[in-house]
Structure formats: C-alpha cells, structure tokens
Design a protein around this ligand. Structure first.
Ligand code: ACM
Length: 766
C-alpha cells in the first residue's frame, strides 16, 4: 500500500480549475471534456462555479422530515464514518450543512437528482428515494477526493438505462451473506440497480425452499469442489442461503435501490434438483448427488404435470421472498438428448402436437411464463428461449453475443445485454502472468468500457426494448471471494458508466484518470480491486547478445508515465522516465511503476533480469495453438492457500512460444501438472470414452509450428498424478540456431487426464 498523495492531486485539480476560471469570466460554466472530480459513473452535467466549500470542520447532515430522504441521510452518515476522515455531526453544528430538498418530479426520470455545492453548504434535491441515494453517492465520491475543501459545483444527473445489472453465480461456488452485502454497497455506490442472483445450477441448489427440504439437504452439497485425484476438501462441499438470510439480503438491497432478480434454472442446469428429487428427471438412472465438474450436463426436468407442480410451488416461495417484478428462469444450454431418449417425454410431445424438442422447451417455458404472469411477475430467460419460439411476454438476456437482443427487440420483446464478450467478468482481464483463474480470451477494462449498446444497429423503437446492460460472473473457476473481487473491480465500475452515463460523456482515457481515486475508494470499502490496467509489463526485445538485452516497458491502459530504476532503489515519480527501449546488461534489477503526476498507478514491480528470467514464460503468457479459448485453472484447490495456475485449452493442450532465439538455448525445463478430465458435454463424453493410445505421456516440442518437426520430447512419467507443479528437464537442443516459434504439445494416451503446462524455463547455452 502507498500513501495517496491526495493533496498533490488536489493541487493539480485546483490548477485546472483556475485555468478554466481564467477562460470563463463569470458564473457557472460547463466543464464537459475533463472531469476534475473522480465521479464514476460520469454524471450527465457538471457545472463548476467559483470558490470552494471548506469542510475542515466536517459536515452537518440535516435531519429531514422527507421519509424518502431519510435513508439517504443516514446512509451518508454511515458511509462517511466508515471510509472518510471528515467529521459528521447533526443538528446545531457550525459545520456546513448537507440538506435534502424535495423536488417536484416535472416528468424527470425517477432516479435523477441534483447536487449543489456552494461555498456555504450542500443541497441534494430529488423526487424519489433513488434520486436522494444517488445524490448522496456522488457526494461521497466527491468527498473522498479532498481533505479540506471541495469545489463549488452543480451536478444534474440521470441514468441512461433503467436495468443496470450484475449477475452473481452463487451456485458453482457459494459466497457469504456478508460478502453479498458488501457487493450490494459497491453496486449502490456505482448506481447499479439490479442484482441478478444465479441461485441454482447443476452443482448446487442454494435457496431454502420449505416445501422441498431435500433441495438443500441433498441438492446443496456435492462431493468435492472439483473432481480431484485425491480431494483436498474433506466431506461434502457446498451450502445454501436460508429464507431469513435471503429476506435480509433483499431488504438491504431494496434500501439501496437494488432489485434482486432470482434465477431458478429450467429445464437444464437442474442436476442438483434432480439429485434431490429423482422423480423430476428425464433419465432412467437417478443421480446420487449434484455433480462436481464443469460444462454442460445432460440432465433435464421431465415434462410431467407433477414436475410443473413442483416448479410452481418452488416459484411461489421464490416470489414470496423476492418482490422483483422479474423472475429469471434460465433456459440456457438445455441439450435435449434425455428428452429425445425418454418415451414418456416423446409421448407427451406427440400428444401436444409439438414437432421437436426445441419447441417442447418453448412450450415448457411458456407454461411457466403463464404462471408467473398470473402472479403479476414477468419472466426473463437466456437467449436460448428464442429458439423454439419466444413465450409471449418474455424478456431475453442476450449472452451469446448480441444477436439474441437484436432478434428479441425486433420481435417487440424487452431485452438485457449480457454478451459474454465483453460482459462476462469470469474471463481474464489481462494476459499477465499473475492473473488468477478464469476464462480466456480477455475482456479487458477497455473492452467493457467501450461496449457498444447497439444504438446504431436498432431503430429507436427497437432500441427502446433494450432495458439495459448487465455484467455476469460465473464462478466455476472463480472459487474464492477475493478472486470474485479481483475479477469484478474495476470492471464493474466501467460497466456502471456504460449503464448510467450518456455516451457523449464517455472517454476511456478520462475514465482512467478517475480510476486511481476509484480504486482507493474500493479499498476503503474493504474490497480488493485488480490493478491490471496500470501494472508495468516488461518485454525483452529480440535478444542479440546473451549478456545484454533491450527492454521495453508498457501498461495495458497506456495511461500515465512509466518510471524505473536499475540500481535496486525504489521507484519514484522522479526516477528515470521510460520513453524508449532501455539497454541493460545481465544481471540487472529493474523496478518500475506507472504514475499520473505524483499519483502511483498500480503496484511497483521488481524483476531480477537475467537471460533465463527474460526468456521464462508462464502458460498465461503463451498463445494457445488453437487460437482463442482456454481456461486458467487450478488443480482441486484447497481454499486457504495459493495454488499454481495453468492456462490450458483442455481439448487440445498445446502452447506457442513465439520468436525464440535458439542460439542462446541449451534446453528447456518445463513445469507441468495434470487434472482429471472434469468437463462435461456431448463432445466430452465421446472424448473420455475413446482411448488415445498405449504410449507413455510426453510433451513434444515442435519447431516453427505444431505441424513442424519434433526437436525434443519430455516424458511426463515423473509427474503422473502428482499434485502441484513438477519440473522436468528437457534434453540438449543447442544444435538448433536462429529465431523460431515453438509449439509445446501434450501427447496423452489417457482420455481421463488433462495435462497442464505451468511454465517454460529455457536454460541458457553456456
Ligand atoms: C450462460 O452463460 N450459459 C448463460
């Protein structure tokens, strides 16, 4: 942690403000292009005035008789006490006052507010609870920037979209109630207003249903976190939320203007429920527990009336707990093999005059929609619900790109944009060697920020069906809460700006200029954001001498200035500035960090540069020979310590190391590991049932491409079924010269195992 030089940032802001004041002679003026206050999401209109409000004696929050403002006032009080040094008093105090004013709606959107800071006090005016809350949130962000004074300013703000969502998967790995409350605060502080809560999936049923206790006594527990060779987790693994806990979460959210939309998956992703009540299933064999492992399981609910009775009874309890106008019923990835093979399902289909299984799913979903509509609720489903014909009033969540949203809007249906690229935050945010597990490829902060909400694709009438946007985090590989935080923050802040801010106020460079304060606020809330966008990356340019190298430094966001030292001293804003490649001799200790003026960005890095160190590659830094795709994963992870992370395309484990200068290399050591083949789906079942051969497992190194000659093979026998990473030594290949791409390819006879590469360590020729 570095102390934040708030004051220097403030001085810079003040200078900018003075400059602006010279340009505009009097009164309030618009300052649209540069946000001197680090407010996220960017407000609609910010008009700076002359002067400042002195808050060195703290603030006094006026009591209010407006019951809508009451929560906002107490929230501000509570927030400031938790995160700020500014003192807060109430009643007769000499400190400047924060007052709340009721404004007549005048047809303005319900969530709008006006925040006015003058040299004598602060006024928040709104016509709704949400408006007051968002005024308070903006004020809280402003106060975090400055210690003694804040600028005179008037902010008029309103949202772009009404659905500003975030989906949390609590089914694959559950989180604590306390953690979810923290997320709700983060959401409120970024003006996000929908928590879509994925409570049910194959691997676990996480919501107490009183009428069906086995849903949680059986369905909430699986044998292990992930199927291991030997489990590190003793006993069963899982958990669930009681109805009491859910009521508390929903009430906590409601106070913060957040609707919790529950998701109860059907007809697929239902293994946990079927394990609890086998009569609900479509397969002849019962399930004994929710499965461990990932992918698409074939288990579907059957279409008996008794199954609909079960689902309706579940939904009645769900609707009792969640006042949300929307109930999400999943509908994704329902592969139909079991329905095709089940005579009773087929007979029902024919009796109904339904031609195929996609239409049967549509009939299934339509029947559920009718039930929800009859209870005053609207149904949401993933975009697969379009396939056999959309239920009459359904809202579509478009996750496989935006095609589903376009189709739904053109059919006159409401839709929410949740495309996996770039709005799935379980995808990694950078290709650095220290990114935790998640999917490949990357959804960078910039990808999220610049997400196009189809405004030029749809007509205005169709566009009106886009309720908004939502980011999703699926937790198969995002096992722990701190990892969820790393994947969410600050990408969720970028999403908040997509969801809330007018596109004319959006600019990624400007967002990055506000991000250091945003990250600081996130940490004050006790959350751990990723700083990947600011962290310095080191690239050794083609090496032409084994004793020296030319080093280039960069950051993902290309924001600020990179400074460095080569003498082991700590890096400061006055250290050498990187502006062209640096020549170094091995060994050298490099320290580097990016700065925005005096403000440090991200964490400093230290690298002890030697020829072997700069040639080393983590699997996360290598390309997959298959192009995109792949997963960064851990082996069956104990939850309480760091584990090695492997990037692999499990269907074809091979990695490309580009432009290797072979004349400096004697051989390659590799770090390898393995996991059982824990992936499910039609192609995976075929894969696992086909032996691949009787040879000994090995890692082949091909020259130039994966089709090129094998220049060396490293046998994996010493690493078979070993936990963690095993280092294996390769043979002498010093006869090969020149610059080449190398393909490292696992040759594996056992379809039930996936071999993993953790790192490649070239050994220098002497
Ligand atoms: C999904 O990602 N299967 C909705």
């Amino acid at each position: 942690m570095h102390p934040r030089p708030f004051l220097s940032r403030y001085i810079r802001h003040t200078l900018l403000l003075l400059l602006a004041l010279c340009l505009v002679s009097s009164g309030l003026y618009s300052f649209a292009s540069e946000h001197t206050l680090s407010i996220i999401p960017a407000p609609e209109k910010v008009n700076y005035g002359q002067g400042e409000l002195n808050i060195s004696h703290g603030l006094s929050i006026e009591r209010t008789s407006d019951e809508n403002a009451e929560f906002a006032a107490s929230y501000l009080n509570e927030l400031l006490k938790k995160t700020h040094t500014v003192t807060v008093s109430s009643g007769a105090s000499a400190a400047p006052k924060v007052i709340f004013l009721h404004r007549q709606p005048e047809g303005s959107p319900d969530e709008s507010y006006q925040l006015t800071i003058t040299s004598s006090g602060i006024e928040i005016s709104a016509s709704s609870r949400a408006g007051y809350l968002y005024g308070v949130v903006t004020l809280w962000q402003i106060l975090s920037d400055h210690l003694q004074t804040i600028p005179v300013v008037q902010i008029n703000d309103k949202p772009r979209f009404k659905w500003r969502g975030f989906m949390l998967d609590s089914a694959r790995h559950i989180q604590s109630e306390e953690f979810i409350l923290k997320l709700l605060d983060y959401m409120a502080l970024h003006k996000l207003n929908v928590l879509h809560w994925h409570l049910v999936d194959d691997q676990g049923w996480r919501i107490e249903i009183k009428r069906y206790p086995k849903l949680t006594s059986v369905g909430a527990w699986r044998p292990q976190t992930m199927p291991p060779y030997q489990s590190h987790v003793q006993g069963s693994y899982g958990g669930y939320f009681t109805q009491e806990q859910i009521k508390q979460i929903v009430a906590y959210a409601a106070k913060r203007n957040i609707t919790v939309v529950p998701e109860i998956e059907m007809p697929g992703h239902s293994s946990a429920a079927i394990a609890a009540y086998p009569e609900l299933g479509s397969a002849p064999e019962p399930l004994h527990s929710p499965p461990a492992g990932w992918g698409i399981f074939p288990n579907l609910y059957n279409v008996n009336d008794s199954t609909f009775t079960f689902l309706q009874n579940v939904l009645l309890e769900v609707m009792e707990l969640f006042p949300s106008p929307y109930i999400h019923v999943g509908g994704d990835e329902a592969i139909k093999d079991q329905w095709k093979a089940n005579p009773a399902v087929q007979a029902r289909m024919h009796e109904l005059g339904i031609n195929n299984e996609d239409q049967l799913q549509s009939w299934f979903t339509g029947r559920i929609e009718k039930f929800l509509n009859a209870h005053g609720r609207k149904m949401v489903g993933w975009d697969e619900i379009l396939e056999g014909g959309l239920a009459p009033n359904a809202t579509v969540m478009s996750w496989r790109g935006t095609k589903g949203a376009i189709a739904a809007a053109r059919q006159g249906h409401d839709t929410v944009l949740t495309p996996n690229r770039p709005l799935y935050f379980n995808y990694r945010q950078s290709d650095a060697a220290d990114e935790p597990p998640g999917r490949v490829p990357m959804n960078t902060l910039q990808d999220v920020y610049q997400f196009d909400t189809l405004s030029s694709t749809l007509t205005p009438t169709e566009q009106a069906h886009i309720l908004g946007v939502e980011a999703c985090i699926w937790t198969e590989y995002v096992i722990t809460q701190d990892r969820v935080e790393h994947m969410l923050f600050p990408r969720l802040a970028a999403l908040s700006e997509v969801a809330w801010s007018d596109p004319s106020n959006k600019n990624f460079h400007n967002f990055l200029s506000r991000l250091p304060d945003e990250l600081e606020r996130t940490k004050k809330l006790g959350l751990h954001p990723a700083e990947s966008v600011f962290e310095v990356r080191v690239h050794a340019e083609p090496i032409t001498n084994p004793d020296q190298a030319t080093i280039a430094l960069s950051t993902q966001g290309s924001y600020g200035e990179i400074h460095y030292t080569l003498d082991g001293s700590d890096v400061k804003p006055r250290s050498s500035r990187f502006n062209q490649p640096i020549h170094i001799s091995f060994p050298t200790t490099l320290k580097a960090q990016a700065f925005d003026g005096e403000v440090p960005l991200g964490n400093p890095i230290t690298r002890r540069l030697t020829l072997e160190e700069v040639l080393r590659r983590d699997s996360r830094e290598l390309d997959q020979c298959t192009g995109g795709g792949g997963i960064q994963l851990e082996q069956d992870p104990p939850r309480n310590r760091e584990r090695p992370v492997f990037l692999v395309n499990f269907q074809q484990p091979c990695w490309i190391y580009h432009n290797v200068e072979m004349q400096y290399i004697h051989s390659f050591n590799v770090g390898v590991g393995s996991i059982p083949y824990i992936f499910y789906g039609p192609s995976e079942e075929k894969h696992k049932s086909q032996p691949m051969g009787t040879f000994a497992p090995r890692l082949d190194i091909h020259l130039d491409s994966c089709k090129g000659n094998v220049i060396s093979s490293i046998f994996l026998a010493k690493a078979v079924r070993k936990d963690g990473v095993t280092e294996l030594k390769g043979e002498n290949i010093s006869a090969i010269k020149g610059s080449h791409d190398l393909c490292f390819e696992m040759q594996n006879p056992d379809p039930k195992t996936v071999w993993l590469l953790n790192y490649i360590q070239p050994i220098a020729a002497k």
